[in-house]
Design a protein around this ligand. Structure first.
Ligand code: 3PG
Length: 214
């Protein structure tokens, strides 16, 4: 139980879940290391990355004694949820409401971040036992949606994902989000020239923007 609380704290502390959705295993591992060096404490490896389970196993072993939460994203069924947990994932994320994933995760005390897009889905996500609501795709809703929906649903811990940048993160946090999901701004920072120090720098920039907005 304490482990789960510690893991939730890792997300709360930095306010960022880094979503690694890349086309190569090598790149995903390099991006993860560079982002951790930049201060990221919650890594979501999406199941669409080649050998995602192998990456999760490697990273969860590597960062076992560090302050880093390693999880799996794009979980669409209970089988994948369990496979990810056996590989070492301590956080499971789905783009949509997935009660099967939440059930499996809760059985193992893994953190759950489950997708929702409407007030009904946000409500159902909490009702299904998710820890955090992933507002997805957030860019088509905007921060005002969060402000409006958390008036009747103030208990909803919302993490918007899709299109969040250091430039707009303040609006999301001020609207009432507890943190943000971030992908390409950090993970694709090295794609032009393969210089992963750009990923570290983008992570630092993003973390500073979150800290300044709180
Ligand atoms: C994803 O699932 O890949 C996220 O939506 C990432 O969004 P972003 O790249 O716009 O941050």
């Amino acid at each position: 139980m304490w482990r789960k609380l510690d893991n939730l704290n890792r997300i709360a502390e930095t306010g960022i879940v880094l979503i690694i959705r890349l086309d190569s295993e090598e790149e995903a591992l390099a991006v993860a290391d560079a982002a951790v060096e930049g201060g990221i404490k919650a890594l979501e490896i999406t199941m669409s990355v080649p050998n995602a389970l192998g990456i999760i196993r490697t990273l969860s072993n590597k960062y076992k004694n560090d302050d880093v939460l390693v999880g799996a994203g794009t979980i669409l069924d209970a089988e994948t949820a369990r496979a990810a947990i056996l590989a070492g994932a301590e956080m499971l994320v789905s783009p949509q409401l997935n009660p099967d994933m939440i059930r499996v995760a809760n059985r193992y005390q893994a953190v759950t971040i489950s997708g929702a897009y409407t007030p009904t889905e946000i409500f159902d996500t909490l009702q299904a036992g998710a820890d955090i609501v992933k507002l997805f795709p957030a860019e088509t809703l905007g921060p005002q949606f969060v402000k409006t929906v958390t008036a009747p649903l103030p208990q909803a811990p919302i993490v918007p994902t899709g299109g969040v940048t250091p430039q707009n993160v303040q609006e999301w946090l001020q609207a009432g989000c507890i943190g943000v999901g971030v992908g390409s701004y950090i993970t694709k920072a090295a794609q032009q020239d393969g210089d992963y120090s750009r990923v570290t720098a983008a992570a630092r920039e993003f973390l500073a923007a979150v800290a300044a907005a709180r």
